[in-house]
Structures are given as C-alpha cells and as structure tokens.
Design a protein around this ligand. Structure first.
Ligand code: ADP
Ligand code: C5P
Ligand code: MG
Length: 210
C-alpha cells in the first residue's frame, strides 16, 4: 500500500488545538458507481472508518441544523454544498472517532473542496480509490437504488452527472498527475469489484501468488 502518510488534523478547541494523526483514503467516482457499497466491504476487511460526505450532509438536514434547508436545496439540484459546511462535518466526525484510518467517500467533489480541505486540515490522502463506471450503468443503478433519496430521480441524476463531469473529474485528474489514483473498473458485479479493491488495500508483502 505504499508508505503511510501521517497527517495531523487541526481542530479548534478554544484557543488550544488538538492534533490527531490520521490516514485518509479518498473514495471517488460518479453517482451510483458503488462507492458506498465497496466502502462497507473495506470497513469489514481492513478496519477503516467510512465517512460519506453525502451521508453527513443528509444527517445534518435531519438534525434540524440552521444550514439544513440550504443543504437540502443544493442536494435536490445536484449542486455541491460550500466546502466550509462539508469540511466542518468531516472534521468533527474524524475528531470524534477513535479510529485513525478513514475512507472519505464522495469528497473532494470539486477543486474548492480539495484545496479547502487540504489547507484547513493539512491532510493529504494516502491514495485515491477511483471507481470508473459508464454513465449508462450508473443511471440504471441510481434509478433502482430505492433508498428514498430525493436526488435519485432522472432529472436530478442528469444534473449530478453534469457536475461530476465538469467539477469532480478534474479533481481525479489532479491526483492522477500526482500518481495517487488507484483506478477500479466498477462496471462489474459487486464481488468482482471488491476483488480489485482488495488488491489495492493488501500490502505487497502479504499478497500470495495465486
Ligand atoms: P455510490 O455510493 O457510488 O453512489 P452505491 O454504493 O450507493 O453508489 O450503489 C448504487 C446502487 O447500485 C445501490 O443500489 C447498490 O446496491 C448498487 N450497486 C453497487 N455496486 C454495484 C455493482 N458492482 N453492480 C451492480 N449494482 C451495484
Ligand atoms: O455522494 P452522494 O451521492 O451521497 O452525494 C449526494 C449529494 O450530496 C451530492 O449530489 C451533492 O449535492 C451533495 N454533496 C456535496 N458535497 C460533497 C458530497 C456530496 O455537496 N462533497
Ligand atoms: Mg454513496
């Protein structure tokens, strides 16, 4: 898995700051590419904690926060919520959790997300797990996801695909140029995708010749 990048997350605590060393993997890919599904498998096998930016934003709406209505409107339109809001939720989740290994799923979604997270937390991802999947397949999966999500309708799905192409793919290209992207063909069945994912997370020294 390469070398472990130690990064410290800074959390304001009155005038003092507490630092926590963490390892972060960004999990990226289009809507419906299977990020959440594979993150559950990674958690089970490799002891990471899964933080989905979308899940944190949806929980923030439910909690009745003052930002709730704004977040709900952005999600309905497939737009990206201002980084400040999402980063605060991620920082809090990392700080509150006893684990030091995190999968951050669905973030960074655009250049603003990426640059702000890096400057606020000082965290560089260990690597980026990228689920590559054709739009046609993602659309099919989203339309049959059945989780009662307000954004899983064809009108919003089209907007999310556009935002993904225009704003999220450039973030993946940024990390590609740094040699940090581990690309997975996500169009295959869940078990096959996980085989490829496992190979990325298994240290070379532990890989057994088949
Ligand atoms: P994401 O988090 O990337 O939006 P999900 O993990 O929620 O995607 O998956 C979207 C839908 O597709 C879910 O209903 C899930 O069960 C299904 N799904 C996930 N991976 C696959 C796969 N490899 N093949 C078929 N269906 C899948
Ligand atoms: O990743 P997920 O599909 O759960 O994201 C759902 C929605 O949450 C996105 O379409 C977007 O409106 C919002 N979101 C965001 N910023 C992120 C992640 C998600 O605004 N970094
Ligand atoms: Mg998801």
């Amino acid at each position: 898995m390469g070398t472990v990048v130690d990064a410290a997350i800074k959390v304001a605590n009155g005038s003092a700051h507490t630092n926590k060393k963490v390892t972060v993997v960004f999990v990226l890919g289009g809507p419906g590419s299977g990020k959440g599904t594979q993150c559950s498998n990674i958690v089970e096998h490799f002891g990471y904690t899964h933080l989905s930016a979308g899940d944190l934003l949806r929980a923030e709406i439910k909690s009745g926060s003052e930002n709730g209505t704004m977040i709900q409107n952005m999600i309905k339109e497939g737009k990206i919520v201002p980084s400040e809001v999402t980063i605060k939720l991620l920082q809090r989740a990392i700080q509150e959790n006893g684990n030091d290994k995190f999968l951050i799923d669905g973030f960074p979604r655009n250049e603003e997300n990426r640059a702000a997270f890096e400057s606020v937390t000082g965290i560089e991802p260990e690597f980026v797990l990228f689920f590559d999947c054709p739009e046609e397949e993602m659309e099919k999966r989203l339309l049959s996801r059945n989780q009662g999500r307000e954004d899983d309708n064809i009108e919003t799905i089209r907007k999310r695909f556009k935002v993904y192409m225009e704003s999220s793919l450039p973030v993946i290209d940024y990390y590609k140029a740094k040699g940090k992207v581990r690309k997975i063909d996500a169009a295959r069945p869940i078990e096959e995708v996980f085989k490829a994912v496992k190979a990325v997370f298994t240290p070379e020294s532990e890989k057994v010749a088949a």
